[in-house]
Design a protein around this ligand. Structure first.
Ligand SMILES: [Mg+2]
Length: 271
């Protein structure tokens, strides 16, 4: 064997030996007790101060938006002057807090795990939400809850959407009375996919939507998700979301009220 060739073979063998003896890389883990986002929502007075601040700002703006019949918080809504006013709220991390679930559930996430947890524990409110809903209703504003909790059959049950009652119960547990027609889940009807625009537009047929309140970009901005669903045609990216921030600049804090959620959301999947 030529000397140069033998040297290459020796190098390769040494590399193989090095690989065989190197310790395996540590598996990627997610320790909820070390996650600053989760700990902040769970423990920081700052978090509660912010959600209270958001809801108080929204409440203070109610009279102006109720009285201005030309106003809508949905850029595409027009001709709604004679419709009764409504606000649209998301549910998770907007009305009910799931931080205790986030701190304890066995990874990876699955919808049924949140549903099981919600069914078995008393829901806790996002600070400020009940006062806001009470104030809105006292002024004659309808309150809709549009959530991306999905409808999924459980076992042999004939109920196509047992999660609907769980969601209603969760809202009621935080002290907010609600009737089923004001709660709209993903997949509850044909076309109600995770893109909430479809459900917002349905509400806009009967109500002038004066406010949107949520913790996820998708609670406000159409087509904010990585996954493409009708009527969206391209996946959202960090760049497209940043562009939308400029496009809808006038609405933030003026009809659109966003709550902090560093724990989960559509922001985690876009690149
Ligand atoms: Mg939410």
């Amino acid at each position: 064997m030529p000397a140069a060739h033998a040297s290459l073979v020796l190098s390769a063998l040494l590399m193989l030996g090095a690989c065989a003896s190197a310790p395996a890389p540590a598996p990627v883990t997610h320790d909820p007790q070390q996650d600053l986002g989760l700990l902040w929502v769970k423990h920081a007075a700052e978090y509660r101060a912010i959600t209270t601040q958001v809801y108080r700002n929204a409440e203070a703006a109610l009279p102006d938006y109720i009285n201005d019949s030309s106003w809508s918080a949905m850029p595409e809504q027009s001709g709604a002057e004679d419709l009764p006013p409504a606000v649209i709220l998301d549910v998770d991390e907007t009305v009910v807090s799931n931080v205790d679930f986030q701190l304890t559930f066995e990874r990876p996430f699955a919808n049924h795990k949140l549903d099981d947890w919600s069914s078995n524990y008393q829901s806790l409110p996002i600070p400020g939400v009940k006062d806001f809903v009470d104030a809105a209703r006292a002024k004659g504003v309808a309150v809709f809850f549009v959530t991306n909790r999905p409808c999924e059959r459980i076992g042999a049950s004939n109920d196509p959407c047992p999660q609907k009652q769980t969601t209603i119960d969760d809202i009621r547990e935080v002290g907010i009375a609600v009737e089923p027609e004001y709660v709209m889940l993903s997949g509850e009807r044909p076309g109600w996919d995770r893109e909430k625009l479809v459900r917002r537009e349905l509400i806009a047929k009967t109500h002038r939507v004066i406010m949107l309140i949520g913790d996820d970009y998708g609670d406000f901005v159409p087509c904010a998700r990585k996954k493409v669903v009708v009527p969206c045609t391209v996946p959202a990216t960090r760049a497209s979301r940043a562009e939308a921030l400029k496009e809808y600049d006038d609405y933030w804090g003026a009809g659109w009220y966003i709550l902090p959620n560093p724990m989960h959301g559509s922001w985690t999947s876009v690149r």
